[in-house]
Design a protein around this ligand. Structure first.
Ligand SMILES: [Zn+2]
Length: 282
């Protein structure tokens, strides 16, 4: 078992598409290696506000990141800041808005696209700024970061599913096929990550509607998947995790004490905190 965590945020992936199009993830589920939960994203169902929700456990109304054009650092404690306080190594292959939230705002592509900055909250990064940056390349960026820096926490954030939804709507072949492609890209990398013992969460920020947008309260905008893979998860299906609890779950998995974030306890093996503190004491 490992304390290391990989969090994959598939931008704009609504629940039913995840349930129908992610054949590799469902193969893991059928083998008992992955469990799928349905989450309801917080509001507004937009990207930057919900990146902040996933990484800090706070509602957009609380964080002040209430629309996509709030270009500033987060004022909340986050998985990144808590990990750094605990001397853990952090990395992200992600859209440049993550660099703006946790490293430097505004994003300067020439300075920030490739980040190797041990003093930053995201110490090692490959950031991109075009929504059609290929998911296949993004996964390779993440794998390069993993192999080079061996981070304790790695964020992987591809954008193509959201981009497809904005071009063709959620009830379209383009949107579904892009989800299938992302699932195939995951099948290149997940077996190695699983063999290495990572605890892995695969979720989305928000869904997508048939008007080629998102932001509101429709089920297809709010219902999103959460797949969990790893020995530290309970794999019980009788719990209903909240999007605001992902941050706390990641902190628990990383062995961070006193993070003060809400935790979906049903997701985790019982006594996880005690096991980790015992291991730490030994
Ligand atoms: Zn979008």
């Amino acid at each position: 078992m490992s304390n290391k965590v990989i969090l994959v945020v598939l931008d704009g992936l609504e629940y039913n598409t995840a349930a129908q199009c992610m054949g590799f993830l469902h193969a893991l589920k059928e083998q008992g290696k992955a469990t799928l939960y349905k989450l309801q994203c917080e509001l507004p169902s937009m990207s930057r506000p919900l990146y902040e929700t996933i990484l800090t456990g706070t509602l957009p109304i609380q964080s002040g990141i209430v629309h996509n054009h709030v270009v500033r650092n987060s004022t909340q404690t986050s998985v990144f800041s808590l990990a750094r306080e605990n001397s853990l190594t952090t990395a992200a292959a992600a859209y440049h808005w993550f660099s703006e939230l946790y490293n430097c705002a505004p994003y300067d592509a020439a300075r920030d696209r490739y980040t190797e900055a041990p003093e930053q909250l995201i110490q090692y990064g490959c950031f991109y700024h075009q929504d059609h940056y290929p998911d296949s390349h993004l996964y390779l960026d993440a794998e390069w970061l993993r192999r080079k820096y061996d981070p304790d926490f790695l964020l992987v954030h591809p954008m193509n599913i959201d981009d497809a939804g904005h071009r063709a709507g959620f009830d379209s072949a383009h949107y579904r096929n892009t989800a299938r492609h992302s699932d195939m890209s995951l099948s290149y990398h997940l077996p190695e990550w699983i063999a290495a013992g990572y605890q892995i969460l695969i979720t989305a920020d928000h869904g997508m509607n048939s008007d080629k947008s998102h932001g509101g309260t429709l089920p297809e905008e709010r219902d999103i998947p959460l797949f969990v893979i790893g020995e530290r998860f309970s794999h019980q299906t009788d719990c209903s995790p909240a999007q605001t609890e992902i941050c706390g779950v990641v902190c628990e998995l990383l062995g961070i004490q006193n993070h003060a974030k809400p935790v979906a306890n049903g997701l985790l093996c019982e006594g996880l905190s005690e096991q980790l503190s015992y291991k730490g004491a030994a």
